[in-house]
Write a protein that binds this ligand. Structure first.
Ligand SMILES: C[S@@+](CC[C@H](N)C(=O)[O-])C[C@H]1O[C@@H](n2cnc3c(N)ncnc32)[C@H](O)[C@@H]1O
Length: 155
């Protein structure tokens, strides 16, 4: 899929200015808390211009956002003091885990079908051992049974 828009993050933000990021974060945090979780660390995969990251940080999370497009991260840094780093599925190399791993389907859609198994394995490794999550929707494939389920949310 073409990613030209992500070289122009200001245009991206104008295009998505009516997207209800607050409702999305609230929805995810409600599910998160339903499972007895509360705060902690969050990884925003494909964080883009950092709208979810900013709101997660405001909700008390220690947030790391990753995205392959550096221009998106520059824009994200203007919005919050969360940490942002270049990175991409399927091979995110981080030597730590997170209480919440946020993976919008709009990010999963950028993956080639044959990279999905390794992407899911990577994401599973990034979820804290006692973390919970739920897949809302993954297009094109049936969800694989995972011992620790990654939170794939609509965004
Ligand atoms: C539609 S945007 C969503 C951005 C943000 N989550 C939001 O809702 O505003 C998709 C994002 O996925 C990122 N992306 C593309 N391929 C990716 C990959 N392989 N791994 C992680 N992120 C990727 C793009 O750079 C872009 O910022």
């Amino acid at each position: 899929m073409d990613q030209a828009l992500y070289r122009n993050p200001r245009a991206y933000d104008i295009l998505y200015q009516h997207k209800d990021y607050e409702a999305e974060v609230e929805f995810v945090l409600d599910r998160f808390r339903e499972h007895g979780n509360d705060g902690g660390s969050a990884l925003a995969v494909g964080c883009g211009t950092g709208n979810h990251s900013r709101l997660l940080q405001r909700s008390g999370f220690d947030v790391l956002g990753i995205d392959p497009n550096a221009a998106m991260l520059d824009r994200a840094r203007e919005k919050s003091s969360a940490t942002f780093r270049v990175g991409a599925l399927p091979d995110i190399e981080l030597d730590r885990t997170f209480d919440l791993v946020w993976v919008p389907y709009t990010v999963v859609d950028y993956l080639e079908l044959d990279t999905l198994p390794s992407a899911l394995a990577t994401l599973t490794e990034l979820v804290a051992a006692d973390g919970h999550g739920r897949p809302d929707r993954v297009r094109r494939v049936s969800w694989l049974p995972l011992t620790r389920i990654v939170s794939a949310v609509l965004a």
